[in-house]
Design a protein around this ligand. Structure first.
Ligand code: NAD
Length: 357
């Protein structure tokens, strides 16, 4: 079973006594209907939530709903009544809202102002979450009376195709709220993980950036080209991630082998606190990726849609391959308890790893 807080004190959990983790018919609000909000709305609607997206740019509304319905149809959900757009928080029917997911621009002051308003507008039983990629919920919720019901809920782009969602607890978050949202996300077909401390980057982005730091440093040093770095990950160890994460994969490979390699390699790994030169130079030159027409590669308009279609179609194929495993990954089915290798009081190693073939 995943590592989730199972207990809460009566006082902590009391305000959530009417909360249900069953998404069917639950009114949910997504604030910000940009890149992420549009897809987060699909995740909630496919679980059965009645989703209202708050997006001030009304010219986006039609496209947003069309995108949502097309993705819901692709996921086999045909009811059209689950997704609507409004222009402001005042247009939302807040009466029975159970969950809010904030997906607005990544600016602390804007998010703080929004959460202060949400704390007043949303009914007391609603859980308020932020999809911020980097700002800890503890900072967004600082000083607000309803901090206990505020959590990080971090999706990955595109949110309706990448199964993972991080449920991130801030310093004041109620474990009962985290548990409830964890169960709700599971019921929406996502794979939630519980992150018990809102460190910068939470869980997955810390891992991603640890890899990216070394990748860009290797390019800086001329050890490998950008394309070769991509190939080494995609067709090498990254390819295996479809079958096993870095911990389980090491059980396959042998922890002794891993330990020995780590001792040799770690001293020379990059540990700079600054982004690599090659990245800083690209950003300074405005080569910030597809949205600017160029990054490490050139992206004239004509090639962007083709690349995006290739990317999405591989993600969909990967998702189809993984789909039999998703319920178990999300903790719905039985899963074996992890083997305890070290006893917590003595840190004495358990049995030696099996000999390598
Ligand atoms: N893009 C990603 O890959 C990604 C991944 C994970 C998390 N995130 C996080 O998700 C959030 C949104 O990112 P995005 O890429 O969707 O940005 P985006 O710019 O595409 O969308 C933001 C949307 O929010 C709307 N908005 C801004 N202020 C608002 C307000 N006060 N009320 C209502 N709507 C408002 C804007 O009109 C815009 O449509 C950010 O916090 C970002 O860090 C992004």
């Amino acid at each position: 079973m995943p590592d989730v807080p199972a207990e809460t004190t009566q006082e902590q959990g009391a305000w959530m006594s009417n909360w249900t983790s069953n998404p069917l018919g639950m009114p949910a609000v997504v604030v910000g209907g940009g890149t992420m909000g549009a897809d987060v709305a699909v995740v909630l609607a496919r679980g059965g939530c009645h989703v209202t997206v708050v997006e001030p740019r009304t010219e986006r509304h039609e496209r947003l709903v069309a995108h949502g319905l097309a993705e819901l149809a692709a996921a086999g959900v045909t009811s059209a009544s689950h997704l609507a757009c409004v222009a402001s928080l005042e247009d939302v029917d807040w009466a029975d809202v159970g969950l809010v997911v904030e997906c607005i621009t990544e600016r602390l002051a804007d998010k703080q102002a929004l959460f202060a308003r949400l704390d007043k507008l949303a009914p007391p039983g609603a859980v308020l979450t932020s999809n911020s990629s980097g700002i800890p919920i503890s900072r967004i919720s600082q000083g607000l009376p309803g901090r206990a019901r505020m959590l990080g809920l971090h999706f990955f782009m595109p949110a309706h195709l990448v199964p993972l969602v991080e449920v991130v607890m801030g310093e004041a978050s109620d474990p009962a709220a985290a548990r409830a949202v964890f169960d709700l996300m599971r019921a929406c077909g996502s794979v939630p993980v519980m992150v018990r401390k809102d460190l910068p980057g939470f869980l997955a982005n810390r891992l991603q950036h640890a890899l990216a730091r070394e990748a860009f440093a290797l390019i800086d040093q001329g050890v490998a080209s950008a394309d070769d770095v991509d190939a080494a990950v995609r067709f090498g160890f990254g390819f295996r991630f479809l079958a096993a994460g870095p911990v389980l994969q090491r059980d396959h490979a042998g922890l002794d082998v891993h330990c020995a390699a780590a001792a040799t390699i770690y001293p020379s790994l990059n540990n700079s606190a600054e982004p690599a030169q090659v990245l800083q130079a690209a950003v300074a030159a405005g080569r910030v990726g597809m949205k600017a027409g160029a990054g490490f590669h050139d992206w004239p308009e004509a090639t962007r849609a083709t690349e995006r279609a290739r990317y999405d179609s591989l993600l969909r194929a990967g998702l189809a391959l993984l789909s039999p495993e998703l319920p178990r990954a999300a903790g719905v089915g039985a899963s074996p308890a992890p083997v305890e290798i070290f006893s917590s009081d003595t840190a004495t190693p358990g049995p030696a790893p099996a000999p390598q073939p």
